[in-house]
Each structure stands twice: as C-alpha cells, then as structure tokens.
Write a protein that binds this ligand. Structure first.
Ligand code: AMP
Length: 191
C-alpha cells in the first residue's frame, strides 16, 4: 500500500508517518529529511540546495523527482511507502504519476491533514522552542513564507487528487491518537 500524506508544514505529517511505519511497516519517505541529511553531510546536493531550504523555498522539481524516483525503486519500498512532503506542486504530482506508471506502481490513498493557520503557527513556534536548535527554516518570517507557498503551490493538489478519487481528509487538530485511528479507518474501509 502506498500513501501520500498531504498537509502544511507543522500539520503532523511526520508524526503520522512514523505511526504508520510502526503499525503497517510502510517505509517513511520524507523528502525534507533526505534533503536535511544531505545538507548535514555537506554532499554536493546538500551544498546546492542549502540556501533555498534555509529560506523556506522549494528545491527544484528535477532534483526532488530524481530523489523520489530512485528511492521508491529500492527493495524496502516494495512493501509500500508513505510520502511525507512530496509531491508539493502540480508539476511534481503529474511527473510522479508518470514515474509510477513506468514502475508499475500506484498510490492508494492521499490523506490530507487539515489544520488551521493559527494552529500551525503555534505548533511550529513550539517546535522551535522545544528543540533548542530551531530548524533554520522554522523562523517566523520564513514560516510565513512556507505557509504561503503551501497555499499557492501545494493546495491545488487537493482537487487534483479528488479528481483521481484518491483524496481523503482528516481533521488534523484532533489528538495524535484520534488522527491515527481516523487514518486507519480510511485505509481499512477501502481495502
Ligand atoms: P519538510 O521537512 O517537508 O518541511 O521540507 C523541508 C524543506 O525541504 C522544504 O521547505 C523545501 O525547501 C525542501 N523540500 C522538501 N520536500 C520538497 C518537495 N517535494 N519539493 C520541493 N522542496 C522540498
């Protein structure tokens, strides 16, 4: 089973991916994490994208698609995967459809975690306070930028996946356990 988790920065995609990974053994694929690892290790790719990521901007579709295309072909992903943070715009989504077709794979569910803007601000502020070392891209003005980019570029994926009859919505303001139960229900009902 392959799942896309859709939601703004701070909506809880990472938390729910970890739970799904533990419960169902699906591989968690976070493009943000892959990119941060590259930045930490100062790889060629990491050095190339550091400034963009620090400013809350997107990395190029070409780079992201190449990372994802390679990663989903690895053995562990044959059991299924959860995408957290990809796709993030319509071009990535449509190119990803082509990649899936080529690899004879498909997405089973796109689950959107809905959280109000107010709540998102609070969550990301807390995340920055809790981890002394705030992620550079969690700073407030950058956060605003990330949320605007989400509205402009990522939100259009909702009608895209509704049209494909893959879209499901969960109230992301409920507790972590409640959200995870709702996700389980969605997955079970359709199977
Ligand atoms: P995240 O941890 O998912 O919030 O990602 C952190 C940062 O990595 C984003 O703000 C972008 O700079 C970059 N990034 C992650 N995934 C993507 C993507 N699918 N497309 C473009 N940039 C991405």
């Amino acid at each position: 089973m392959n799942i896309i988790l859709l939601g703004a920065p701070g909506s809880g995609k990472g938390t729910q991916s970890i739970i799904l990974n533990k419960k169902l053994g699906l591989v968690q694929l976070s493009t943000g994490e892959i990119i941060r690892e590259n930045i930490e290790k100062k790889t060629k790719l990491g050095l190339q994208v550091k400034n963009l990521v620090d400013n809350g901007e997107f990395v190029s579709d070409e780079i992201i698609l190449s990372i994802i295309s390679k990663r989903i072909s690895e053995d562990d992903c044959s059991k299924g995967f959860i995408l957290d943070g990809f796709p993030r715009n319509l071009n990535q989504a449509s190119k990803f459809d082509e990649i899936l077709l080529e690899k004879d794979k498909k997405i089973d569910f796109v689950i959107e975690l809905n959280v109000s803007k107010e709540n998102l601000y609070k969550r990301i502020e807390n995340r920055a306070i809790e981890s002394n070392e705030a992620r550079a891209d969690d700073k407030e003005e950058i956060l605003k930028n990330r949320l605007n980019i989400y509205d402009e570029q990522t939100k259009p994926l909702v009608p895209y996946y509704k049209k494909a009859e893959l879209h499901f919505e969960v109230d992301g303001m409920k507790s972590i356990d409640e959200i995870s139960l709702e996700i389980e229900k969605i997955i079970k009902v359709k199977n």
